[in-house]
Design a protein around this ligand. Structure first.
Ligand SMILES: Cc1cc2nc3c(=O)[nH]c(=O)nc-3n(C[C@H](O)[C@H](O)[C@H](O)COP(=O)(O)O)c2cc1C
Length: 183
């Protein structure tokens, strides 16, 4: 296969998630691609522009949520990435629920929800990376297969360049590619 050298733009793919925070007493959600894990510890990071409404809420309360929308929610997901809570009240776009472990709203319609307590912030360019310890995790019961979360049922939305994509099927099982002696 021939390779083509292209512009140094972070095209992805990334999982599209909705970061949630309580801002001025109301739930607010913003769409992000900048989300992930940093180690094997139960810690997630999100990276948000300093001027976002959601950023203000996380700084005020010290908690954020990460909500994984299924690809069926793509329109609402895109909407939350286009309008700001500063000018448009987004508190009714989704139904919110809460956990006693922390002050951040989570989205009922999203099959997976993480509630995180901020443990570190890293300023980077005009963004802030929030590292948060997971203090509560929820998953829809119908997204569990043999006692484990099943991505084919969660149906996360993949973001690459200008497009949203869904995933189709499971193609393998982790740590089964070799007998353990070669790695
Ligand atoms: C697909 C997509 C991905 C985005 N990823 C990020 C991101 O990783 N970080 C970020 O700060 N903003 C990101 N944005 C932009 C925010 O979602 C957008 O500016 C939003 O309106 C901010 O809302 P708020 O002011 O209510 O927090 C993304 C938008 C879209 C549509």
């Amino acid at each position: 296969m021939n390779k083509k050298k292209i512009a140094n733009i972070p095209y992805g793919p990334y999982i599209t998630v909705l970061a949630g925070a309580c801002v001025n007493g109301k739930p607010n959600y913003t769409t992000i691609g900048a989300y992930g894990v940093v180690s094997q510890k139960p810690v997630l990071y999100i990276s948000l522009k300093n001027t976002h409404h959601t950023t203000k809420g996380i700084q005020e309360n010290g908690y954020f949520s990460v909500n994984i929308p299924s690809s069926e929610l793509v329109e609402k997901t895109d909407y939350c990435g286009m309008v700001s809570g500063k000018t448009n009240d987004k508190s009714d776009v989704f139904e919110s629920f809460y956990d006693e472990a922390g002050v951040a709203p989570m989205i009922k319609e999203c099959p997976v929800n993480y509630l995180c307590k901020v443990i570190q912030t890293i300023p980077i360019f005009d963004f802030t990376m929030f590292l948060g310890e997971i203090v509560a995790t929820y998953i829809n019961e119908d997204c569990i297969e043999n006692g484990r979360p099943d991505a084919a049922k969660v149906k996360p939305t993949i973001l690459m360049d200008t497009g949203y994509y869904n995933i189709q099927t499971r193609v393998g099982t982790i740590f089964t590619a070799c007998d353990g002696n070669k790695a």
